[in-house]
Write a protein that binds this ligand. Structure first.
Ligand SMILES: [Zn+2]
Length: 420
């Protein structure tokens, strides 16, 4: 036994909470607010005597000029619509075709899609997007909102396809849930769709700081979280709380230098489709072979909830992660799967990765504010991840290999097709 301070003694929940409180505003990628948040993270590092590197990157943002959707048979009516970001343009006069509702864009419904304007249930997600592209449809509508929306909330939700302007899909637009119900009730059978858009280029950036390892300095572990938010709310739970944990662990490992090199990274642009982590792996391509492990945090800090570690790793790593987590005394469970977070970008590059995730309330809504963030919860999550990070850093041989399961890599291929 000794009296050295433990990780429990050195990690502060209140300090993390105070950090989150500095960012109680919306930080959409590419906006001044997001840039201001990056500056604040750099200032926080400077106050600790560390120099953060800002690594800027650019990304395209769709600019919708025109979007309209009109039923032409068996009745005539124009509905409020917004264009789908990064879809193909129609001719200026639009396209007119038979209209068909294809529900979840399942294979059976899509059999009849050839040459038609189709409507699908909800936004366009990864696998549907592949099916839409090969269905022969001329255009599509997706549906957003809820039957409860009224007043200024009863508008088509902005949507963006998971591709990039270089590879446009067919023309598409979004309409409101209640209008979609009307289309079906009225038996809409023919429609005209017009979508014209261009795109601007915006700038975001990652903030990173490196703490060199004591003796295995060529081996790199990353501790990461995204600091941008969706436009709907200030993203305290998703994900400034995650950023606070990264900052707290950076402070801890500055005071307790790790055996392996640790890079702490705050990603911009994650809510626009994991842009920050993608930019990071691209900018650091030459040293990725030295990366051993990525530890990411996405969704953290609420009192009510539980800790889950999503492990995109070889199956054998799960038992080890459970054992290391148990050492911290903080409750958690490990799920061996592909998560939807920055972790994926590393895993896709063959670097095993985990995302520490806490279930909670209000993600991607105006309700995601600091009101539900708890110093108690922040402390526990930081101690949990810090315990795992420290044990991995101190191990003689790095205990987790690069043999990520083939089925995970296939899922990731599908997800990242847009980058090719
Ligand atoms: Zn997030």
């Amino acid at each position: 036994m000794n009296n050295l301070p433990t990780i429990q003694d050195q990690i502060s929940g209140q300090r993390q909470y105070d950090f989150v409180a500095k960012f109680n505003y919306i930080r959409e990628a590419g906006t001044d607010a997001e840039h201001r948040a990056a500056d604040t993270i750099c200032q926080e590092l400077a106050a600790m005597g560390l120099q953060g590197r800002l690594e800027p990157f650019t990304f395209p943002v769709p600019v919708i000029q025109t979007a309209s959707f009109t039923v032409t048979a068996p009745y005539q009516k124009e509905y409020a619509a917004t264009g789908c970001g990064f879809c193909e343009n129609t001719p200026e006069e639009g396209i007119e075709a038979d209209f068909l509702y294809v529900e979840n864009a399942d294979a059976i419904s899509l059999r009849e899609a050839q040459g038609k304007i189709i409507m699908l249930n909800g936004p366009v997600r990864g696998p549907q997007y592949q099916r839409l592209r090969s269905s022969g449809a001329l255009g599509f509508l997706c549906v957003g909102g809820t039957p409860l929306d009224a007043g200024e909330k009863r508008i088509p939700a902005p949507v963006c396809l998971p591709n990039r302007p270089e590879t446009p899909c067919m023309p598409g637009a979004s309409i409101h849930y209640l209008d979609a119900v009307e289309l079906i009730a009225q038996g809409a059978s023919r429609a005209r769709l017009t979508v014209l858009q261009s795109h601007d280029v915006h700038t975001s950036g990652n903030v990173a700081v490196r703490i060199e390892g004591r003796d295995k300095k060529d081996e790199i572990l990353t501790v990461t979280a995204h600091y941008d938010s969706v436009p709907a709310g200030p993203g305290a739970y998703d994900n400034m709380a995650g950023c606070a944990i990264v900052m707290e662990l950076c402070r801890y490992f500055q005071a307790n230098p790790p055996r392996r090199t640790m890079e702490f990274i705050w990603f911009g642009g994650e809510e626009k489709g994991m842009l920050g982590s993608a930019a990071y792996v691209k900018a650091h391509e030459d040293e990725l072979s030295r990366h051993r492990f990525n530890m990411n945090i996405d969704l953290a800090g609420q009192a009510i909830g539980g800790n889950v570690i999503g492990a995109t790793t070889p199956a054998s790593a799960c038992a080890l992660l459970e054992e290391l987590g148990a050492k911290s005394g903080i409750g958690m469970s490990v799920r061996h799967n592909v998560w939807i977070s920055a972790t994926n970008t590393f895993a896709w590059m063959g670097i095993p990765a985990i995302t520490l995730n806490r279930d909670g309330f209000g993600m991607h809504t105006e309700h995601d504010t600091i009101d539900l963030i708890s110093p108690w919860s922040l402390k526990r999550s930081a101690v949990l991840l810090g315990t795992i990070a420290e044990a991995l850093s101190e191990s003689e041989e790095f205990p987790i290999g690069r043999d990520i399961p083939e089925e995970f890599l296939k899922k990731l291929d599908l997800q990242f097709e847009r980058f090719e």
